[in-house]
Write a protein that binds this ligand. Structure first.
Ligand code: UDP
Length: 244
């Protein structure tokens, strides 16, 4: 197999430095019929999140008398990837939905809404590696936009090992041909990283590299967190202007 070099002259294939995120664009409140929503781009990833709730639970037997249930559906559009993806859920999207829900649940004040449901739908319109991290960032903003009481914000980013070095926020080539891919999600509270709510890995790294990957992911997450906050602020300023 032809060897693929991912780092050339100390730069990544898209010209980024090792510790540099892809360009990120976030807009809150893009869908009229959802209670909260967000459109987000992270490099070539384009995703949209819609939040409904708290609302009645259907089917009823899923109700929890002590708190709200949270449901999360990650879904990839057939046209979002190079080889058309078969529509509908597959094992990968079911797994991503489960771990993403678990990444978000600790931040949602579920106990305030017994017998209700909070539904989060995230659609990947275009994928370029790290789509689960882009979706989590969008979902978190959409939850705030829906006015769901939160303990903080969830922010997600991956670190990869490529050509022997750790790089932040890998794009597709780095994900495909790299030695490891490690998505993280963090609960950020009062501007500080409080806990890790998602950590996955495929590939191989040393324990020391994993420690450094965590530090790098934390740095990236703090930058994304600022952009999430900015997007929410912009939405509220827009609303105020409309009221006036
Ligand atoms: N991908 C694809 N077809 C699929 C699933 C994934 O082409 O059915 C691509 C897509 O670009 C995705 C990338 O592979 O972003 C990495 O997928 P992974 O399962 O690692 O999830 P992600 O990194 O997107 O969270």
């Amino acid at each position: 197999m032809e060897e693929i070099r991912l780092i050339v002259d100390g730069k990544r294939l898209d010209g980024r430095g090792f510790e540099e995120l892809r360009p990120i664009k976030i807009e809150a409140g893009v869908l009229k019929r959802a209670d909260g929503s967000c459109y987000l781009e992270m490099g070539k990833n384009k995703v949209v999140a819609a939040v409904y709730g708290p609302r009645e639970v259907h089917p009823k037997h899923l109700e929890d008398p002590s708190m709200a249930i949270v449901r999360y559906r990650y879904s990839m559009a057939p046209f979002s990837v190079e080889d058309r993806k078969r529509p509908g859920p597959d094992r990968r999207s079911i797994e991503i939905s489960k771990v993403s829900r678990e990444a978000l649940e600790p931040v949602i004040m579920k106990e305030l809404f017994p017998r209700s449901a909070i539904d989060i739908f995230v659609e990947v319109l275009q994928a370029d590696a790290g789509s689960r991290t882009a979706c989590l960032n969008a979902a978190s903003v959409a939850l705030v936009d829906a006015g769901i009481p939160m303990r903080g914000m969830v922010t997600s980013v991956a670190v990869a090992k490529v050509d022997g070095v750790l790089v932040l926020d890998p794009m597709k080539e780095e994900d495909y041909y790299g030695e490891a891919d490690i998505p993280f999600a963090f609960l950020i509270r009062n501007g500080k990283i409080e806990s890790i709510t998602l950590l996955q890995m495929d590939g191989r790294v040393t324990a020391e590299e994993l420690r450094r990957a965590l530090e790098l992911a934390k740095k990236g997450a703090m930058q994304i967190y600022q952009l999430q906050r900015d997007a929410i602020m912009r939405k509220y300023i827009r609303e105020e202007e409309v009221v006036e």
